[in-house]
Design a protein around this ligand. Structure first.
Ligand code: SF4
Ligand code: ZN
Length: 328
């Protein structure tokens, strides 16, 4: 018989996150699953991280083993919040069989759980069941559904990301999550391919304003160049540059609500970056702001003197979108 004793998630780490103004200890888990059913987004390398096709019962065994590993390695008393990611959607039963989903949620009973999923898998029944499994009365809203809306523009979501759902699908998911007793966390993504720096900033500003009324939390992801993606293809040919950290700062400073941001890969050539010399302080400042909500810190960071700021302003003013020919 095969032993699953060493089965473990793709990644698992402890950090801090903010909830209603309080900083909590937070466990982030990325479970390895059957993989994203959509599997097409241009910037996404996570979708390659998946088990080969197998029977749902075998997949469940592996997921339950991963959960056991989490419980062995991270004592429950060490964290209050859990962020669950998969290489797709936690509420997609093809990716995470319902029995595995129930086992994982029951294992996090008493925690504040944020679970990522595409909107088409948000159904009130599954959400209500999930909430009941984790709810021990510690939190008035113990479950949040997190969805990668990325942008409120259907045009940009379709053409630049190939995300495969529309804004109205997201709004349906918000309604279903709330009907099931869950809150809503919205992930937005800054600078998918084919946008200029200015267009990307404008898109993010507009998206934050439009998503805020239906979101309990908003997190802004800054696009990175992941392996084996369309974005990497364009980046290697000089047709894509990740966003400037200046742009992220400016958007956070102008946002009408608190938006959290973890600039993953910040300062690296495949991640959001400036010139190399000012990046470290700005990345650290953005992380600090995400926890503190201190807008004075953002204002002070925007005043940082660096030669690359002029370059960024030049790019904002002068970069033009270029079109591929429609005919040969
Ligand atoms: S971004 Fe999400 S929905 Fe898109 S391919 Fe990746 S895992 Fe699937
Ligand atoms: Zn600089």
């Amino acid at each position: 018989m095969i032993s699953f004793f060493n089965e473990k998630p793709l990644a698992c780490w402890k950090g801090k996150d903010v909830y209603r103004g309080s900083v909590l200890d937070c466990l982030t888990v990325i479970f390895k699953t059957g993989g994203c059913s959509w599997n097409r987004c241009r910037m996404c390398g996570y979708r390659h991280e998946r088990y080969p096709p197998m029977a749902p019962a075998d997949l469940t065994t592996r997921l339950v083993a991963q959960m056991a590993w989490v419980q062995r390695e991270y004592p429950q008393s060490d964290y209050q919040m859990v962020k669950i990611f998969t290489s797709g959607s936690f509420f997609d039963a093809d990716e995470v069989p319902a029995s595995a989903r129930r086992a994982i949620l029951a294992g996090f009973r008493g925690k504040l759980v944020i679970a990522e999923t595409r909107p088409e898998y948000v159904a009130p029944g599954a959400i209500r069941e999930g909430r009941e499994l984790i709810d021990d009365g510690s939190w008035d809203c113990p479950l949040y559904v997190a969805t990668g809306l990325e942008t409120t523009s259907d045009f940009i979501r379709e053409k630049c990301i190939d995300k495969g759902f529309r804004l109205r699908d997201f709004h349906d998911a918000v309604a279903a999550a709330r009907a099931g007793g869950a809150g809503m966390k919205t992930y937005l993504m800054m600078k998918p391919p084919f946008l200029t720096e200015r267009e990307a900033m404008d898109d993010m500003q507009r998206s934050i304003e439009e998503a805020a009324p239906v979101s309990d939390m908003i997190s802004m992801n800054l696009c990175t160049v992941q392996n084996r993606t369309d974005v990497e293809y364009y980046w290697k040919r000089g047709m894509y540059r990740p966003p400037y950290l200046w742009s992220a700062l400016a958007v956070l400073a102008a946002a009408p609500v608190h938006v959290s941001c973890d600039p993953v890969g910040g300062g690296k050539k495949r991640g959001p970056h400036n010139c190399g010399s000012c990046d470290f302080d700005i990345v650290r400042g953005i992380r600090e702001y995400s926890l503190s909500g201190d807008r004075d810190l953002l204002a002070a960071l925007m005043e940082t003197e660096c030669r690359c700021k002029e370059e960024w302003e030049f790019v904002l003013a002068g970069e033009r979108p270029y079109c591929m020919p429609l005919t040969r």
